[in-house]
Write a protein of this length. Structure first.
Length: 212
């Protein structure tokens, strides 16, 4: 989890470990922030080890109005020690085809409940094509995949789940939680398509890791 501090508010986002120093998250999680920290190593984020953020890199073409290129990387000041409770995700330029993926995050349980949770929650997502997604979320840009159910019994992601990874086979990341139309909460969630930004991730993570 990463915690972003604005001038008048604190908010939490999810993130995924690319390597010992670099985390992957959503660009909108880093809008107008003055301080960013990360908590790692526990399903209860308040018990996770705090890590300072050295710097971060949002996609240069990230645009809040059109929600395009909602992707960012952050670099930790101190490297992580990978292990049983601290594991990296796997990037694939052409990920395995899947109909179901897993989302885990510390967001609120429902859109009507604005309180973010201490404990990690988990939910299955039924994946859909961008064409089908745009029937519900017409603003979904290229570089987006969608998951959820059109007639979900409860909200499938909420405040605090932004930036969290959408995974298949437990460790292959295919998406980053981006946005939903909360006027219609029982619907689909748009995820930044990681494979679409595969080259950007490789290039920018190397630059971020090697920068002084």
């Amino acid at each position: 989890m990463i915690t972003s501090v604005e001038e008048d508010d604190n908010f939490h986002c999810g993130s995924s470990i690319l390597n010992e120093q670099i985390l992957l998250t959503a660009a909108h999680c880093l809008d107008d922030v003055v301080k960013v920290t990360a908590f790692v190593g526990s399903v209860d984020w308040t018990r996770g080890k705090l890590h300072r953020i050295d710097r971060y890199q949002r996609h240069k073409q990230w645009d809040l109005k059109t929600i395009i290129n909602d992707i960012a990387l952050v670099r930790l000041k101190k490297s992580l020690s990978l292990g049983k409770t601290v594991q990296r995700v796997i990037l694939m330029k052409k990920p395995l085809k899947a109909k179901i993926a897993d989302l885990a995050g510390w967001g609120a349980s429902d859109i009507e409940d604005s309180n973010q949770k201490k404990l990690l929650k988990h939910i299955k997502q039924k994946l859909t094509t961008l064409i089908e997604c745009r029937k519900v979320l017409p603003m979904a840009p290229n570089g987006t995949i969608c998951g959820g159910e059109k007639k979900a019994k409860k909200n499938i992601a909420s405040r605090g789940d932004s930036g969290s990874g959408l995974l298949v086979n437990k460790s292959i990341i295919i998406g980053i939680t981006s946005f939903a139309d909360f006027e219609f909460p029982h619907t689909l969630i748009a995820y930044t398509d990681v494979s679409y930004f595969f080259d950007w991730i490789l290039i920018q993570s190397r630059r971020l890791a090697c920068s002084p």
